[in-house]
Design a binder for this molecule. Sequence first.
Ligand code: GLV
Ligand code: MN
Length: 208
Amino acid sequence: MKMSSFFPILIFCMILFFTSPCYSDPDQLQDFCVADLNATTTSLNGDFFFSGFTKEGNTNNNFGLAITPGNVLSFPGLNTLGLSMNRVDYAPGGVNPLHSHPRATEAGVIIKGKVLVGFISTTNVLYSKVLKAGEMFVIPKGLVHFQKNVGRGKAVTITSFNSQLPGAAVLPATIFVSNPAIPNDILAKNFQVNETVITSIKSKFGSS
Ligand code: GLV
Ligand code: MN
């Protein structure tokens, strides 16, 4: 090979080598993050222990559910470490409503009770199973899922996420309690029902 044709190839390979580690952004950590252009320092978190999971959550609500998050907001020591956990308490019959985590895959273990766990793929296949204490599940990132306590007593799960702040789009709230509200005619068309059905569902959530 002539020297004159070798140099452009060499330069191209060097550019590829030095720039390839930078070809994509890291996964986002929250819905949005407006830069503070005046910040002059970086703050460091120093709290690496969290006792938020020692207490049972209060499941006295319509879903029979209590979620205690151990994410960067409640446990700042997680900052930049890329993971977090939840304690989830269920009353008998309690349901963790349909939701998805836009920024994380979820893995969970049943600590107590019997829990039906399900998720729906983007091809609308439902994968579900009843699990007992000690058994584990995984929910792929972003997929809609739910849990229900199908045992006689209370149930507890511990879930973990590969994000310090996985986020949760809880479908009933997203659809019927957004602010501002999604117009009723749009919801009626989406669900192929009369608008009175929509106003009736919204009223259950104290919305209109
Ligand atoms: C369960 O699905 C959880 O998000 O903790
Ligand atoms: Mn979840």
